[in-house]
Ligand binder design. Structure first.
Ligand SMILES: *[C@@H]1O[C@H](CO)[C@@H](O)[C@H](O)[C@H]1NC(C)=O
Ligand SMILES: *[C@@H]1O[C@H](CO)[C@@H](O)[C@H](O)[C@H]1NC(C)=O
Ligand SMILES: *[C@@H]1O[C@H](CO)[C@@H](O)[C@H](O)[C@H]1NC(C)=O
Ligand SMILES: *[C@@H]1O[C@H](CO)[C@@H](O)[C@H](O)[C@H]1NC(C)=O
Ligand SMILES: *[C@@H]1O[C@H](CO)[C@@H](O)[C@H](O)[C@H]1NC(C)=O
Ligand SMILES: *[C@@H]1O[C@H](CO)[C@@H](O)[C@H](O)[C@H]1NC(C)=O
Ligand SMILES: *[C@@H]1O[C@H](CO)[C@@H](O)[C@H](O)[C@H]1NC(C)=O
Ligand SMILES: *[C@@H]1O[C@H](CO)[C@@H](O)[C@H](O)[C@H]1NC(C)=O
Ligand SMILES: *[C@@H]1O[C@H](CO)[C@@H](O)[C@H](O)[C@H]1NC(C)=O
Length: 560
């Protein structure tokens, strides 16, 4: 009798859980990621170069080390566009003078197959990006160029060529479509011209089809940091709805091919107060409890951002600042500041009302409208205080460490408000700070070489004690991570992972053995993966790994 009822009970449990759990990550009704019946936040690292490593062994080591640290998700590039076939190294798609060819060979999509297979072995989820906003060529570059860079390196490491597969922005992306398929040299052609859209849809279809049944694929990310402009500028007709509409089209396409996986944007998290919305938020029945607040307590929902409320907030901040000497450090321009230099002033879109580029739609991004596309599963945001302006009021020089830390916490809190206002989870898909130790290597996303490469810049930087220490960075990461994960964001993904002991080969991200200048033609030995200013190497690495290990336990990151 006991046996029988136990059996019946077991059967019921099994049927119930079979109905309930799916082999894929989904979003629970509480707005958290759910897999195999368990809820979990994402704690991850960015590893854009992963499929471009020389060997399967290298990919295996890298994922093994990441998993061991306590991460549960890896974000990487599922695109790698070239304009001529390279002799060495991974490439996925050839786009050349109107024609497109996808590489399904061992140095093509089969490399991505390996990444997915090995991520599963190491119990890691993947977020796969399908294209990039950033792909500067030296000719587009707005950064001083002391060396005459000619073309992107195809087959040789050359001091005067940009090495392919090194920086995150050297993997092709939207501007390759614009340059090779378009007739109009404007970045936003990618979002509006049928031929270009069609080419991207073709690539997307082919890649997405391949992995419909992969259980450890967490989401298809439509694009990294999509914006109206890149190092190729935008037309003056590009606005937030242009980019939202394009997302909607691609998200629908992906869901048609692959109903199993989540789709996300990869957008920066910029807000657009008072902008027209294509996907107005559905009203929420009741406020959701914050995981932080004691059971039963409910905070009221944050109100939608308006110019009026933001301007009022700004006024109050300025008033407070005026009370201190910091008042002299404010600045009200509208350019994107990169380390104190003013670059790529965005066209005034939706009118610059003084709320700044993170709130006025200047980049053409309205993350809340994008997140509310029905086929988009969760919202995305990034945090790079060295490259973007996030505050309503900006420091006039490069932000001090204290400023960067505070800017980051404020941005995280605004994203938490956005999560609570809208009905979807939000993930910080990339965040980072450039440290003193890394400043010599720092290359902004829209540039082709380190910003410290000119002697004046190096001198200026040494005077200025550029960047925080590794300990300060770790402190900021710790504070941002815990604010994000305890405050209600569904994940935070650090930028970027560094792996040593991987094999050297031309055309791969590791084409120089450690302790050699990145010139010659070395083809053997081992080296360390690229550092674009955000790699965690050297001192501070052990402490960083410890922080991740602790957070992994605190926030219940690792699934049994
Ligand atoms: C799902 O959970 C069950 C038990 O809770 C476990 O036996 C199984 O291995 C899990 N599956 C995956 C894919 O993690
Ligand atoms: C970590 O990477 C090193 C190579 O640097 C490798 O020897 C080691 O086996 C890796 N660890 C794991 C757990 O994969
Ligand atoms: C890499 O390319 C070089 C030419 O640049 C060639 O000599 C070499 O054989 C290639 N190596 C591999 C492993 O394909
Ligand atoms: C590009 O293709 C067009 C027509 O297909 C051809 O006329 C032109 O010569 C090609 N240009 C180059 C640089 O190959
Ligand atoms: C770069 O090119 C310019 C013009 O062609 C030349 O005058 C200059 O010497 C070159 N600089 C270097 C570092 O090669
Ligand atoms: C390196 O670049 C220079 C300048 O473009 C070029 O003349 C030379 O052929 C290149 N060397 C190799 C090995 O590709
Ligand atoms: C879109 O791009 C194609 C290919 O460059 C071009 O022939 C076509 O005229 C463009 N369409 C529009 C509306 O600009
Ligand atoms: C997309 O694929 C279709 C079907 O294979 C093909 O006819 C079309 O030319 C492709 N479009 C581009 C821009 O490559
Ligand atoms: C930064 O903040 C710390 C801790 O609040 C404070 O002790 C320090 O004086 C601040 N530094 C600057 C430059 O404001």
């Amino acid at each position: 009798m006991w046996c029988l009822s136990a059996l019946v009970f077991l059967l019921i449990v099994q049927v119930a859980s079979a109905n309930w759990s799916s082999p894929f990550v989904k979003i629970g009704s509480d707005g958290r990621f759910q897999f195999n019946g368990s809820h979990f936040p994402l704690l991850g690292t960015n590893v854009y170069w992963l499929p471009a490593l020389n060997s399967v062994q290298d990919i295996d080591y890298t994922l093994g080390n990441i998993s061991q640290t306590g991460f549960n998700v890896v974000r990487t590039w599922a695109f790698n566009d070239v304009t001529s076939i390279p002799e060495n190294g991974t490439w996925f798609q050839l786009i050349n003078n109107g024609t497109v060819t996808v590489n399904e060979g061992p140095n093509g999509l089969q490399k991505l197959d390996k990444v997915i297979e090995l991520a599963e072995k190491h119990k890691l989820f993947l977020i796969l990006s399908l294209t990039n906003n950033w792909n500067p060529l030296p000719a587009d570059s707005i950064v001083d160029r002391p060396i005459n860079f000619t073309t992107r390196d195809v087959d040789a490491a050359n001091a005067t060529t940009v090495r392919r597969n090194y920086l995150s922005n050297q993997y092709g992306g939207m501007d390759v479509y614009v340059r090779e398929l378009g007739q109009i040299h404007e970045h936003d052609q990618f979002y509006i011209n049928e031929t270009l859209i069609n080419a991207f849809e073709n690539y997307t279809t082919q890649v997405v089809k391949r992995y419909v049944n992969s259980p450890n694929l967490l989401s298809w990310e439509i694009a990294n940091d999509p914006r109206c402009a890149s190092s190729i500028s935008a037309s003056n007709t590009c606005v937030t709805t242009t980019i939202t509409r394009w997302h909607s089209r691609i998200a629908k396409l992906i869901k048609t091919i692959d109903p199993n996986h989540l789709v996300s944007s990869g957008a920066s998290g910029f807000f657009c107060a008072d902008c027209p919305k294509l996907f107005p938020r559905a009203p929420r029945p009741s406020p959701s409890p914050s995981p932080q607040s004691p059971a039963g307590t409910r905070r009221s929902l944050p109100k939608p951002l308006t110019k009026k409320s933001l301007l009022k907030e700004k006024k109050e901040i300025l008033k407070k600042m005026r009370a201190t000497e910091l008042a002299t450090r404010t600045n009200t321009g509208s350019a994107i500041r990169i380390r104190g230099r003013w670059l790529a002033t965005p066209t005034k879109r939706q009118g610059d009302t003084g709320v700044g580029p993170a709130f006025n739609g200047a980049a053409g991004v309205d993350s809340e409208d994008i997140m509310n596309i029905p086929q988009v599963g969760f919202g995305s945001s990034q945090l790079f205080p060295d490259q973007n302006t996030y505050g309503l009021v900006r420091p006039s020089g490069p932000p001090s460490f204290n400023e960067s830390l505070a800017i980051g916490l404020d941005w995280v809190n605004r994203q938490i408000d956005s999560f609570r206002r809208n009905s979807k989870p939000i993930v910080l898909t990339g965040f980072g700070l450039v440290t003193q130790e890394n400043s010599q290597s720092y290359v902004p996303f829209n540039a082709v070489q380190p910003v410290t490469s000119s002697s004046q810049q190096i001198a200026a930087r040494q005077q200025q004690q550029f960047g925080p220490t590794n300990e300060q960075r770790n402190d900021a990461y710790q504070q941002w991570l815990s604010a994000a994960l305890s405050g209600g964001l569904s994940g935070a993904i650090q930028y970027q992972w560094s792996q040593s002991g991987v094999s050297v080969q031309l055309g791969t991200p590791v084409s120089t053995p450690d302790n050699q200048t990145p010139v010659g033609n070395a083809q053997s030995g081992t080296g360390t993966t690229p550092n674009d200013g955000y790699s965690i190497q050297g001192t501070g690495n052990a402490q960083f790994q410890q922080i991740i290990g602790q957070d992994s336990q605190t926030f219940g990151v690792i699934l049994a």
